[in-house]
Design a protein around this ligand. Structure first.
Ligand SMILES: Nc1nc2c(c(=O)[nH]1)N[C@H]1C(S)=C(S)[C@@H](COP(=O)(O)O)O[C@H]1N2
Ligand SMILES: [Mo]
Length: 243
């Protein structure tokens, strides 16, 4: 890939490589030219697109600036009501009982003791007003309050040199992020938002990444060096999806 093309990966707008999109815009011939091999079947196309997307992830990770902040806004800018989004309808949001809730920890973490909500609330809290951008073509400004994710990861003795932080949710959703983005100063483990449907009792708010990298209803966090993927990521959306 030419250097001029590489800089495009750093652009503000995240590029998504949906298989179907690329399949529609590139002929098999064009794809085989790119790969330098003959692509006879769908599997080969999938493997190539997957390899391209992993390459794209690496470029985006290399260009990620851990000190660059996402824009912040004022209370007057808040979008009300805030849009709800999930892979299912609003009426099907999972019910989570706050009393018995325990956040589970696993993987490369020194202290894997589960956390109840009171303990999470006893940690230093901060709030942010930022824009959530969904790949479906909408964005909205919201306010979230909670624990700086870096603080939490340090507190539990997470291996900060590991590659990935993964999330499992009370619905069937899951996602993962790169460690540098997890440690970004605006990455928040949010406990307060306007309504339970936005992820009660715990959701990730990461304004340097697209909406689908903001898992709601988190019940488990893990640290790993093995690529964990994600609900949309495994369907072909670009994994890094950040600025
Ligand atoms: N658990 C869970 N988290 C999720 C999703 C989901 O379906 N389940 N959808 C993602 C997507 S695609 C978006 S755009 C945001 C929407 O968050 P909101 O409901 O606060 O707008 O949540 C993300 N986190
Ligand atoms: Mo989204």
């Amino acid at each position: 890939m030419k250097p001029s093309r590489l800089s495009a990966f750093g652009s503000k707008v995240a590029r998504l490589e949906r298989r179907s999109f690329i399949k529609q815009s590139l002929s098999l011939g064009a794809l085989s030219l790119l790969s330098g091999c003959t692509l006879k079947d769908d599997d080969a196309v999938d493997r190539l697109l997957s390899a391209m997307s992993r390459f794209n992830d690496k470029m985006q990770a290399a260009l990620f600036d851990p000190t660059k902040l996402a824009p912040t806004y004022s209370e007057a800018d808040l979008t009300t009501p805030f849009p709800f989004n999930a892979y299912y309808e609003e009426k099907d949001v999972p019910f989570v009982d706050g009393e018995s809730y325990r956040l589970q920890l696993s993987g490369l973490i020194a202290d894997k003791r589960p956390w109840c909500l009171e303990e999470l609330r006893a940690l230093p809290q901060s709030s942010q007003i930022t824009r959530l951008v969904c790949v479906e073509g909408w964005s909205a400004i919201g306010k979230w309050r909670g624990v700086a994710f870096r603080h939490f990861l340090e507190r539990i003795g997470a291996d900060l040199t590991a590659r990935y932080v993964g999330f499992r949710c009370a619905d069937k959703y899951y996602s993962s992020i790169d460690m540098p983005s997890a440690l970004h100063p605006q990455t928040l483990l949010a406990l307060d938002f306007t309504d339970a449907k936005y992820g009660y009792p715990l959701r990730l708010r990461i304004p340097t990444k697209l909406g689908f990298k903001n898992p709601k209803f988190i019940h488990e966090i893990f640290v790993t060096n093995d690529y964990p993927g994600g609900y949309w990521e495994d369907k072909g959306y670009n994994w890094f999806s950040g600025s």
